[in-house]
Design a protein around this ligand. Structure first.
Ligand SMILES: Cc1cc2nc3c(=O)[nH]c(=O)nc-3n(C[C@H](O)[C@H](O)[C@H](O)COP(=O)(O)O)c2cc1C
Length: 332
């Protein structure tokens, strides 16, 4: 089915294709309702039970409008967001580009989203039986000095409608955001969030796990220091990686566009970060691997390297729902 749809979708502007897909999935969800996750290799991560290790990465359903539609693809978990306290428009268009020959995307959306209140309203009493993550960020206008207040605000609002929270300090498209992930600063954001979640319950009335999502563009020694800091905190897991600002080995048009690169060209870098994290964290925190997973074998390889869960985004654009089915089957 997707092999028939894809040529038509790839002929239109990437953001228009994205909006059309989201609206179609939203409509499908409304008509057919949510599906439970496909039963695959089940696992427990941060106290949560995942029916299979394959999840939807943040950014595809930023506003949580199509969770039921996405659930029909079989994911074990769906991460929505990034959401910020107040709605914001993001960067001017065009802001997403297909690198077809490289099987990649470059985006500079800049956290366009409807704001936390709208997201919470949509997720309240959501029927999806799988795990729902809410990925949180800061508004563009919030200075880094008070960024932790944005994260704490989003956490408090989203706790009761989510299963876990992800602190996003890794998008390249909000000026200065990645500075929050410097080894000597990361706990300035993470510690207040972890403190605020004490006593908060998730939608299953369990303790609310908090993950931290990191960029792939650290030097190894800097990544090691950040991971050491997180290991010392009481964070519940690390998601590696967001998109890269590097541009190596690309052959296609649009490679000079500003933004974060995802998909196949990110795979090696993400895998490398996964290896570093597994070595540094020594099982103290689970690692969720994302970045360039384009096939079931790619997903299995991430698990073999020590990831607890795997997420996909760009692979879904290039391969469609079959990627999710393949990944769940291969990792069974
Ligand atoms: C168009 C687009 C928008 C994204 N938006 C977000 C976002 O809002 N928050 C976030 O944490 N990651 C976001 N990401 C990053 C993805 O979640 C993922 O970490 C990254 O794309 C690498 O995975 P992939 O190669 O499977 O796409 C976005 C990625 C793309 C391609």
């Amino acid at each position: 089915m997707y092999s028939l749809l894809k040529p038509a979708l790839f002929r239109i502007d990437p953001e228009a294709a994205h909006d059309l897909t989201i609206h179609s999935l939203q409509f499908m969800g409304k008509c057919l309702g949510a599906s439970p996750p496909i039963q695959g290799r089940s696992c427990e991560v941060a106290g949560l039970r995942f029916a299979n290790p394959i999840g939807l990465a943040a950014g595809l359903d930023k506003n949580g409008v199509a969770v039921s539609g996405f659930s029909r693809l079989g994911f074990g978990h769906i991460e929505v967001g990034t959401v910020t306290p107040r709605a914001q428009p993001g960067n001017p268009k065009p802001r997403v580009f297909r690198l077809e020959r490289d099987r990649g995307l470059i985006n500079r959306f800049g956290f366009n989203n409807d704001g936390i209140d709208a997201l919470v309203a949509r997720l309240t009493n959501h029927p999806y039986a799988g795990i729902i993550g809410v990925n949180i960020g800061k508004n563009k206008k919030t200075p880094n000095e008070t960024a932790h207040e944005d994260y704490v605000h989003c956490l408090q609002k989203a706790a009761a409608v989510s299963d876990y929270i992800t602190i996003n300090v890794s998008s390249p498209n909000t000026p200065g955001l990645r500075d929050l992930a410097d080894a000597d600063k990361i706990l300035d954001v993470v510690a207040p969030v972890l403190e605020a979640r004490t006593g908060l319950q998730n939608r299953r009335q369990q303790m609310l796990p908090v993950f931290v999502k990191l960029a792939p563009d650290f030097l190894d020694q800097d990544l090691q220091k950040v991971l050491e800091a997180l290991k010392r905190s009481v964070a519940d897991g690390v998601i590696l990686t967001n998109t890269t600002v590097r541009r190596e080995g690309l052959s296609g048009q649009y490679q000079a566009e500003i933004g974060g690169l995802s998909g196949a060209p990110l795979a090696r870098q993400s895998e490398h970060c996964l290896k570093v994290a597994v070595e540094v964290l020594e099982g103290a925190l689970p690692v969720i691997s994302v970045g360039g997973v384009m096939s079931g074998d790619d997903a299995q390889r991430r698990l073999d390297l020590g990831a607890s869960l795997v997420q996909v985004y760009t692979g879904l654009i290039y391969r469609g729902p079959q990627l999710v089915k393949d990944a769940i089957r291969v990792t069974q």
